[in-house]
Write a new protein. Structure first.
Length: 227
């Protein structure tokens, strides 16, 4: 069976330098059942909000600023691959955060999902939290996400790299709010700016532990309901 690094041209794992515990646990998850070829996984150093702080009009805190900048930076790096003589911009990327945890049998279900997901996808969420009821696609095991929260396991397709980057970078949408990057992505989903496909049952959840964004201790979460 194929794995994550077979299906996506780049697989990024965002990890904060001060969280080696998270790096160890997510590495174990990727090795389990051969979910990815570790030689092809890019462990991406997160922007740590407490180190860089945030703009004066950003109300969501240092952690959420660092999270936004980390996701933006990945897209920036991908879009700049055109400057490398020996590389071209990848056709697709998968972004995982270092608290990603896979459900039992995730690899088998991943192979089915990727074999049937419509080719017009802009984003794929392998894990998340549906804030509105999903829509039927007529494809077995595939639903259309219309408001997906969380950023621990999502993919972006090349045709929408710049569109996604512009959207999450539009600071006017954040000002005067406590929005995070996942809330901003939800706005695009609700407007149907691009197609968002998800497995009908999530493949990836978030592990228990202290959140880098909120600082809270969270239980393991999978948000299996479709709304």
């Amino acid at each position: 069976m194929k794995n994550l690094t077979d299906f996506f041209d780049r697989v990024f794992v965002i990890n904060c330098a001060h969280r080696p515990d998270r790096l160890e646990s997510v590495t174990e998850e990727l090795l389990k059942d051969g979910m990815a070829d570790l030689d092809k996984v890019i462990f991406f150093p997160a922007i740590i909000g407490d180190y860089v702080t945030h703009p004066h009009d950003w109300r969501a805190g240092n952690g959420s600023w660092g999270c936004l900048q980390s996701h933006r930076r990945i897209l920036e790096d991908v879009l700049h691959e055109r400057d490398k003589d020996d590389e071209v911009i990848p056709q697709s990327i998968l972004v995982l955060e270092d608290d990603a945890v896979f459900t039992p049998g995730a690899k088998k279900r991943l192979n089915h999902f990727m074999s049937v997901v419509p080719s017009d996808w802009g984003q794929i969420y392998l894990g998340g939290q549906h804030q509105k009821a999903t829509e039927d696609t007529g494809v077995d095991g595939v639903v259309l996400g219309v408001s997906v929260n969380r950023t621990h396991a999502y993919a972006v397709n090349k045709p929408v790299y710049q569109q996604v980057y512009r959207h999450i970078s539009f600071m006017s949408d954040y000002r005067g709010t406590h929005k995070h990057v996942d809330h901003q992505l939800e706005l695009a989903h609700r407007r149907k700016d691009w197609k968002v496909y998800c497995p009908d049952k999530w493949l990836v959840g978030q592990a228990a532990g202290t959140s880098n964004v909120s600082g809270r201790m969270d239980d393991e979460r999978f948000w299996m309901k479709n709304h």
